[in-house]
Design a protein around this ligand. Structure first.
Ligand code: ATP
Ligand code: MG
Length: 564
């Protein structure tokens, strides 16, 4: 049956699939896979690959497998498997019952290797790693054949079996494909396909002392699972002839085919597991799920939504050449989604106490406020007002610059959803810093629009001191100070932004969010989007992560100090 592409999304990979379907290649089947190695948490680059592989399967009525590419025991673990499963589900994708492990194919892969030996296409080589490199030649020089290249099939079978049974030390022998030492593509110069490595595997334990190399295991795992389109990143382009060679030697009938696309690079961060592991292990961040990390776990904890990440992946598209995507685009996608779904509340990050002198002590009233300005379905909440309030320190200026519209000596401002207040006097501490304002309120201005027709330009947010809840708020900035830290000459950690985390411990938020569940997201009016931290927040003592500011951070930095 021929599937049709009925989604508007298209790119060069989908065009290849369309063509394959036209010629009824693979009997019209589309089978992809996402093949993470469980040696770290997945990052936003992986999300691009996940959206592509699962997205294609959904679009063409095909399947996408989750396959753990766990053929190298070093650094692999069950913790990583579990985190990857969890993060992909969170992103909104599902593989039904098709979760596979390349380590489950070890026996099959071993038999494939024996088959290659029997057809004279593989041999056991005793050269060590340095010698193999020397014999390999270079771009300009052909390789030299290994002195072990012409061993008999029987001798190879015997040695390979003894490699498996653990008779030899690590590195004493390797199994190599017997291809062509003069091949222009160096990868084809008798690549190593098996090595001896005594290391406990997190799934197979000590059952194996030989492990297949990526190039051998990956294409055959694809073939075993009946994958049709094996989509990977560009760095494997040179390995494609080897991929094809192995499946042509060993697989009858439909063979999987590899197609490469450009990996995602994102500005002001690093997207490579090696670099991320370094940040975690050296304690440069608080762990894989540190909200500054470009990992799915980090973004999730920070408060990014799955939909925002999926939209981002759709918007960046799939191309054949590497580029650097602006972090601002990802933040834009997050903002766009949260603008729609996050209820509004008021919170004050850097509080300044305000006493309303003409408001009776002990009195309180409530204002009914919309949870979302455009979406009445999100309902309303009651926000208490009383004599003592907190406003943002920034929203008062003793000596206001030109266009300053907020509170200043003798001036009026509207409290969001509430009254107009007028500044009367202020209290300073011994250092001369303003610590308290005294204001009066105008009872006739309850709820906008002002009944007296008076125009008050500034509107500021506030909370009632008696009713609010104190909270910790964590503000995040770029993790690195330069757009492409991995591309610089110095060690990338040199470029870490020392101010990437600012913790504010005496913030006040509307009491309604006091017991908000971990992961709940809000817009703090005028400030940005905030998410209840899933690790450190406790009922009654909320901790919020700022997901994104309301506007582009840089726009905001440029604006800082100008007053709004
Ligand atoms: P890293 O380079 O971060 O160590 P990796 O490629 O070694 O990543 P794997 O677990 O092997 O990590 O990757 C699983 C899949 O995700 C592969 O198909 C790989 O091509 C893809 N992938 C990895 N990084 C990116 C990226 N930055 N953009 C798009 N796809 C990626
Ligand atoms: Mg890898």
């Amino acid at each position: 049956m021929t599937q049709t592409n009925n989604s508007s999304q298209s790119d060069f990979i989908r065009e290849i699939i369309d063509d394959d379907l036209k010629t009824n290649k693979n009997e019209g089947r589309v089978a992809t896979r996402f093949p993470p190695e469980p040696n770290g948490y997945i990052h936003i680059g992986h999300a691009k690959s996940i959206c592509l592989n699962f997205g294609i399967a959904a679009q063409y009525g095909g399947t996408c497998n989750l396959r753990f590419d766990d053929t190298d025991p070093s650094g692999e673990s069950l913790e990583y498997v579990e985190s990857i499963v969890d993060d992909i589900h969170w992103l909104g994708f599902d593989w039904e019952d098709r979760m596979y492990f390349a380590s489950d194919y070890f026996e099959q892969l071993y038999q494939f290797a024996i088959q290659l030996i029997k057809t004279g296409r593989a041999y056991v080589c005793d050269l060590n790693a340095d010698e193999i490199r020397e014999y390999r030649g270079s771009f300009t020089e052909p390789g030299t054949e290994s002195p072990y290249r012409n061993r008999s099939v029987d001798e190879n079978l015997d040695l390979f079996e003894r490699m498996r049974t653990g008779e030899f030390e690590d590195g004493a022998h390797v199994l190599r494909a017997r291809i062509d030492m003069n091949a222009p593509n160096i990868i084809m110069r008798d690549p190593v396909i098996y090595r001896i490595k005594r290391e406990t595997h997190y799934r197979t334990g000590n059952a194996w002392v030989i492990y297949p190399m990526y190039d051998f295991a990956h294409c055959l795992s694809d073939a075993i699972e009946g994958i049709t389109h094996s989509i990977c990143t560009l760095e494997f382009e040179n390995n494609r002839p080897l991929y094809d060679w192995i499946v042509e030697e060993l697989i009858e009938g439909n063979r999987p085919h590899q197609t490469e696309f450009a990996r995602l690079n994102l500005s002001y961060t690093v997207i490579s597991k090696r670099a991320l592991i370094e940040l975690v292990e050296k304690g440069r961040v608080a762990g894989w799920d540190d909200p500054r990390m470009p990992t799915i776990a980090g973004m999730r904890r920070r408060g990014y939504t799955p939909k925002a990440i999926r939209n981002f992946c759709t918007q960046i598209g799939v191309a054949k050449n590497d580029n650097l995507i602006d972090m601002a685009l990802l933040e834009h996608c997050v903002r766009e989604d949260l603008n729609e779904q996050a209820p509004r509340v008021m919170g004050v990050l850097r509080p300044l106490r305000v006493v309303i002198d003409n408001y009776p002590e002990g009195q309180a009233e409530e204002f009914e406020c919309a949870n979302h300005p455009q979406n009445p379905d999100m309902g309303t909440r009651r926000v208490p007002f009383s004599r003592v309030l907190y406003i943002e320190r920034d929203d008062f200026h003793e000596d206001p610059p030109g266009k300053y519209k907020r509170l200043a000596p003798g001036r009026e401002v509207r409290l969001r959803n509430s009254y107009v207040i007028k500044h009367e006097s202020m209290v300073k501490d011994e250092k001369g810093e303003v610590v308290e304002l005294h204001c009066t309120y105008d009872p006739d201005t309850r709820n906008a629009p002002p009944p007296d027709g008076r125009k008050v330009k500034g509107v500021i947010h506030w909370v009632s001191a008696e009713h609010c809840v104190s909270a910790e708020v964590r503000l995040y900035d770029r993790l690195f100070q330069v757009p492409n830290p991995a591309g610089e000459d110095e060690e990338f950690t040199e470029y870490l932004n020392p101010n990437s985390l600012e913790t504010l411990t005496s913030c006040y938020v509307e009491s309604g969010v006091k017991d908000a569940e971990a992961g709940s997201r809000y817009q703090f009016e005028r400030l940005g989007y905030f998410c209840v931290d899933s690790r450190d927040s406790q009922p009654g003592k909320p901790v919020f992560n700022r997901v994104v500011p309301l506007r582009d951070t840089w726009g905001k930095i440029a604006e800082k100090g100008k007053g709004k």
